[in-house]
Design a protein around this ligand. Sequence first.
Ligand code: FE2
Length: 252
Amino acid sequence: MPNAPTILVIGDSHDNPETPGDRYDWAAAAIIDTKPEVVVDMGDFATCGSLSKFEKRGSRVMEGQRFSLDAAHARDSRKRLTRLIGKSKTYNPRLIALQGNHEYRIERAIEEDPTALEGFLSAECLGAEDSGWEVYPYLKPVEVEGVWFCHHAVNKMGKAPGGKYQANMGLDFAMSSFVCGHNHELQRQRKVYQGRVAISMTAGCYFTHREHWATEQQQEQWEAGLLWLHGVKDGDFGHEWVPIGEVERLYG
Ligand SMILES: [Fe+2]
């Protein structure tokens, strides 16, 4: 790892079988073009709609839902994202995949029915490890060059803080730079603790389709694109945000 590397952050991309995975091809081309030393997938890569606890069995939303379809699509999208890296003989970035609350649906399903599912169902069904990614459990923070990455921060009740407070909570938790996903918004705060810079960011998202579980007003707050952190050292960095439309124009 060179001094002060570049980290590409991919916010929640919410893969699902109903939505084409072209955006993963664009991101793959962006990675090869810009060659960040580290790529971090912030989690909620796979929506796992078939395992939703919010929808009733037999409801219209659940018609046709199958975990096998969710997993197959997520595996394909992960391969599309990683394919060009695999072809390169000279470029070998560190690939970090965090699990979000949507991937955690798998763990929760197993906990509720271990008799049938344990040893059969696992997050490995989504194929990240097979594509060369280090996978970290839901809410397990990972530190790179003084920046902590986690799907979301938690408040004292163990819940995700909402809206504009999420990035704040990350700083308070880590007292260090903190990057999270989850709220799909793009936010940045910068503080200095006794001369030490601490930056918190929420990383937006990386999809443009509509999600039925969020209101229109919520979705209007979401920002889709890719986030580069440049010159990352001791928690300090500059950031570059490229909206998904521009990602498509450059790499589609
Ligand atoms: Fe999400």
